[in-house]
Write a protein that binds this ligand. Structure first.
Ligand SMILES: Cc1ncc(COP(=O)(O)O)c(C=O)c1O
Length: 390
């Protein structure tokens, strides 16, 4: 069999850090062990029935069997604008300030291809969601890491970045509620971000994947709620977590019209928009889904409280859990993140994600996904207690 050489761009793609962990987990499961998997970010609940029913009905409509309009159906863009108005009191022009995406992941990789040239610099949260780096690598640009430290509530400290780095950076990725640290951002932080971006001519991409999942009565802050945000950036929102629609691959970008246009331009070349019936069901979710979102938030809140109570009880203190469906827990003394995660996997059959997999500054932590029942979260703590680490 002939073996073909990959392009330089493909060779630059970062290694999938968690692939090893997934393999080990699978091996334990196949060997018949009862593994509690809190290592992934895949929502465990089904999509609400009213959304599935909308898809079923829409899939019978021959209109949706044809190619959809290249940049998506206007009815979905209008729903997105209405959703942002009702949730965040943000005004959006559905024609010029909304782009429909095949999942946030796709948009977050595309944005680097849209704006970056070789050797350009990008401000990147460390720890952070790994896919930002994939786009940067494809564009042959390079990251400037912004450490998210506990003493700064896991927000980047712009005062600690050099003037040179700020001036060189073309793009900045942010993500709150944050994966993996479970931190949330304040309006004051986003206001400061707008100011810094304006001063240094940086395009801000705020990944709002966990926008609906918070640990307080106040919903998490949208970046676009800060004055001037639309002038210097976009926000990327996905239906994957808000409506348990990870398999449907629907997301959107909203904000600065020139960036929206760039995303639509690249997508005109890669795809014809998402299956129309899925767009119809996505509209239904955005229009009528608030009750289901509240129920989902309550479910995660109960799991969060259960896990934090149990971890406290076994002497495992110091977790962060302000938003998202993760808890960011410190590793016990004497263990690196990876050593600790391996120990939990091998001795307790509990899977957690080692923090260093999300970047150097993630060392000293592990990420727990609240994606199993309260009973299983409790059971995980019972098993961990038996290891006498705390
Ligand atoms: C921070 C963050 N951004 C984006 C995504 C991807 O979302 P989507 O399912 O829309 O591709 C995820 C999924 O895990 C995520 O954690």
């Amino acid at each position: 069999m002939m073996e073909f050489e990959y392009s330089q761009a493909l060779k630059r793609l970062p290694e999938q850090f968690f692939a090893k962990l997934v393999k080990k987990t699978q091996a334990l499961m196949e060997a018949g062990h009862d593994v509690i998997n809190l290592g992934q970010g895949n929502p465990d609940q089904p999509t609400p029935a009213f959304i599935v029913e909308e898809l079923q009905e829409a899939s019978n409509n021959p209109k949706f069997h044809k190619y959809p309009p290249f940049q998506g159906f206007p009815f979905l863009k209008e729903s997105i604008a209405n959703f942002y108005q009702s949730q965040y009191q943000v005004d959006l022009d559905p024609n010029s300030e909304v782009a429909i995406l095949f999942g946030a992941k796709t948009g977050l990789v595309e944005i680097s291809q849209c704006l970056l040239n070789e050797n350009d610099k990008v401000l990147l949260p460390d720890p952070g969601y790994p896919d930002y780096m994939s786009g940067i690598a494809l564009a042959n640009a390079s990251p400037i890491h912004m450490p998210l430290l506990e003493e700064n509530l896991f927000l980047p400290d712009y005062d600690n970045l050099s003037h040179e780095d700020l001036n060189d950076a073309k793009l900045m990725f942010l993500n709150y509620p944050n994966n993996p640290t479970a931190a949330t951002a304040t309006k004051a932080f986003f206001d400061e971000t707008v100011q810094v971006a304006n001063e240094h001519h940086i395009c801000v991409v705020h990944d709002f994947a966990y926008g609906a999942i918070g640990n307080s009565d106040e919903p998490p802050q949208s970046f676009l709620q800060s004055k001037g945000a639309k002038e210097i950036g976009i926000e990327v929102y996905t239906l994957s977590k808000t409506f348990n629609m990870a398999g449907w691959r629907v997301a959107f970008a909203v904000g600065n019209p020139s960036i929206i246009k760039a995303l639509e331009l690249i997508q005109d070349h890669y795809y014809v928009s998402i299956f129309g019936a899925i767009q119809k069901a996505a509209k239904k979710a955005l229009d009528d889904g608030q009750e289901s979102v509240e129920q989902l938030n309550q479910l995660y809140q109960k799991r969060r409280e259960t896990f934090l109570q149990q971890s406290e009880k076994i002497g495992w203190h110091g977790g962060t859990a302000s938003g998202s469906f993760f808890v960011w827990m410190p590793t016990p003394e004497g263990y690196t993140s990876e050593e600790f995660a391996n120990l939990l996997l091998e001795k307790a059959h509990v899977v957690v994600a080692p923090g260093n997999g999300f970047g150097k500054a993630g060392e000293g932590f592990v990420r727990i996904g609240l994606l199993d029942s309260e009973e299983r979260l409790q059971e995980a703590c019972v098993r961990i207690e038996k290891l006498s680490l705390f």
